[in-house]
Design a protein around this ligand. Structure first.
Ligand SMILES: Nc1nc2c(ncn2[C@@H]2O[C@H](COP(=O)(O)OP(=O)(O)OP(=O)(O)O)[C@@H](O)[C@H]2O)c(=O)[nH]1
Ligand SMILES: [Mg+2]
Ligand SMILES: [Zn+2]
Length: 301
């Protein structure tokens, strides 16, 4: 029998089996999958279960359609699996209280591109009406559609907006991510009444730089809707990425790379680079290009 992992607590897993959630253990020896990771089973995995009359054991993991991974820490070669089998990723951003920097958004979008996961931005807190918030909101609402990204100006406290978002997630396995305080739990509560997610007033200390190990959790809605929250996971970071791949993860850059003089152009300082020319002409937003260079530098290290 097969089920879907909804929560991982380390040694125990919660698994959705025939519409009910049960607890299961990992059987000693499990067919290991390709990646060297700190956790072999992850939320979203389809697993084979065996029941001995007393308890369930996970005996195998089905092949994953995709799997979001991050380095367990900056130096190690080990990976932490975050979630798998995702149909659509939603980045929740906020123009203020807390401010979501564009660099954070670009990092998320390019990571989703690397994993071939469709992605949308939910720009929350449309009710916040300060000069700073309005400026940032305007920039983001103009920038992302111009590159072809889907961005929605919403408030999770607005019933009509929540209804629209409900339609976007219906029947899918979606991943929610976003910096602390943007409203992930608020949205889950609005979409899935009864999930009773703790909503906290925004704190000033977002545990910056701390490496708390946090696991994703899947919430179940009607008609097969599955929502994965990734609390405390600030950056996914690209793993297994070569420097010359990074330009493929910025759609507006990718469009031009075949026209550069050198086939191995990294678009940093090469002559006859169509990307640099487009940045100079203002056709590629300078902020996006800077964020491309930032990720490239990290991958090159
Ligand atoms: N003004 C305003 N506040 C909102 C909106 N949506 C959520 N909030 C508030 O933002 C605060 C943080 O919301 P949470 O849902 O706890 O945020 P979170 O993303 O789950 O935060 P972490 O769990 O720390 O990652 C709460 O006080 C919410 O009431 C909105 O549309 N407008
Ligand atoms: Mg939360
Ligand atoms: Zn180039």
């Amino acid at each position: 029998m097969k089920g879907i992992v909804t929560k991982s607590t380390g040694s125990w897993y919660r698994v959705l089996l025939d519409g009910k959630e049960i607890e299961a253990r990992l059987r000693g020896k499990i067919r290991t999958l390709e990646i060297k990771s700190t956790n072999p089973v992850v939320v979203g995995d389809e697993v084979t279960l065996e029941y001995d009359g007393e308890e369930y054991a996970i005996s195998a993991i089905s092949e994953r359609h995709n799997c979001i991974v991050r380095k367990s820490n900056k130096l190690s070669k080990q990976y932490q699996l975050i979630a798998s089998n995702i149909d659509h990723a939603f980045l929740i951003a906020s123009p203020a209280n807390p401010h979501t920097p564009q660099g954070f958004i670009d990092r998320f979008l390019s990571t989703a591109e690397a994993y071939h996961i469709p992605v949308s931005i939910l720009l929350n807190k449309k009710d916040i009406d300060s000069k700073k918030a309005n400026n940032h909101r305007e920039v983001l609402l103009e920038l992302y559609p111009s590159i072809g990204y889907d961005i929605h100006n919403v408030s999770f406290l607005d019933e009509g907006d929540v209804l629209e978002i409900k339609k976007l997630v219906a029947g899918k396995c979606v991943l929610l991510s976003g910096n602390s305080g943007v409203g992930k739990s608020t949205l889950i509560n609005a979409l899935l009444p009864g999930s009773n997610q703790k909503v906290s007033a925004i704190s000033k200390s977002y545990n910056k730089g701390r490496h708390t190990t946090t696991f994703a959790q899947m919430f179940l809605g009607e008609n097969g809707t599955r929502i994965i929250d990734t609390p405390g996971i600030k950056d996914f970071g690209m793993v297994h990425t070569e420097p010359n791949q990074v330009c493929h993860y910025f759609p507006e850059i990718k469009k031009l790379i075949s026209k550069c003089k050198f086939s191995n152009c990294l678009h940093t300082e090469e002559p006859e680079c169509r990307v640099i020319e487009a940045v100079q002409r203002g056709e590629i937003p300078a902020t996006r290009y800077i964020n491309y260079l930032g990720i490239l530098a990290e991958v090159t290290k």
